[in-house]
Design a protein around this ligand. Structure first.
Ligand code: HEM
Length: 126
């Protein structure tokens, strides 16, 4: 579990807003990832990921109020996530995390989690 003050320490909602906005800028023009997102608009997906991360790191639990239990593994089953999709997700998220210019310990805690989570959501073999 993240440390109790993590959400405030990284800058609260504004930081997660910037993180996820940057990430979806990458997704929008990615030939591997873009076709996975069913909606015409990425804005709704961006909002879900932002709410989830805010909740996970100790901010408001709006995600679960609107979406229920995260069940990320189950919710990703409809999307074929092999090594290429996972790697593209990781590459865009790495650029987004790096763009935040966080202190090294906060950066490491955030990145270690995202990398672990991305690896755990691959659901197709290579
Ligand atoms: C939803 C792809 C990893 C969190 C989605 C969706 C896609 C997707 C296509 C549906 C878009 C939508 O919300 O309508 C991927 C791919 C990944 C990946 C290719 C690469 C491994 C992750 C990771 C996390 C995450 C690591 C969390 C740290 C979420 C959340 C939703 C979501 C919270 C919305 C779930 C819901 O409430 O319906 N993802 N994802 N994803 N993803 Fe991922």
């Amino acid at each position: 579990r993240p440390r109790a003050d993590f959400y405030e320490a990284v800058g609260g909602e504004a930081t997660f807003r910037a993180l996820v906005a940057r990430f979806y800028e990458g997704v929008a023009s990615d030939p591997v990832l873009r076709p996975l997102y069913p909606d015409e608009e990425l804005a709704a997906a961006e909002e879900r990921l932002r709410m989830f991360l805010i909740q996970y790191w100790g901010g408001p639990s709006t995600y679960s109020e609107l979406r229920g239990h995260p069940r990320l593994r189950m919710r990703h089953v409809p999307f074929a996530i092999g090594p290429a999709e996972r790697d593209a997700w990781i590459r865009h998220m790495k650029a987004a995390v790096d763009s935040l210019d966080l202190a090294a310990d906060l950066h490491k805690e955030l990145w270690d989690y995202l990398l672990m989570a991305a690896n755990s959501l691959q659901n197709r073999p290579g």
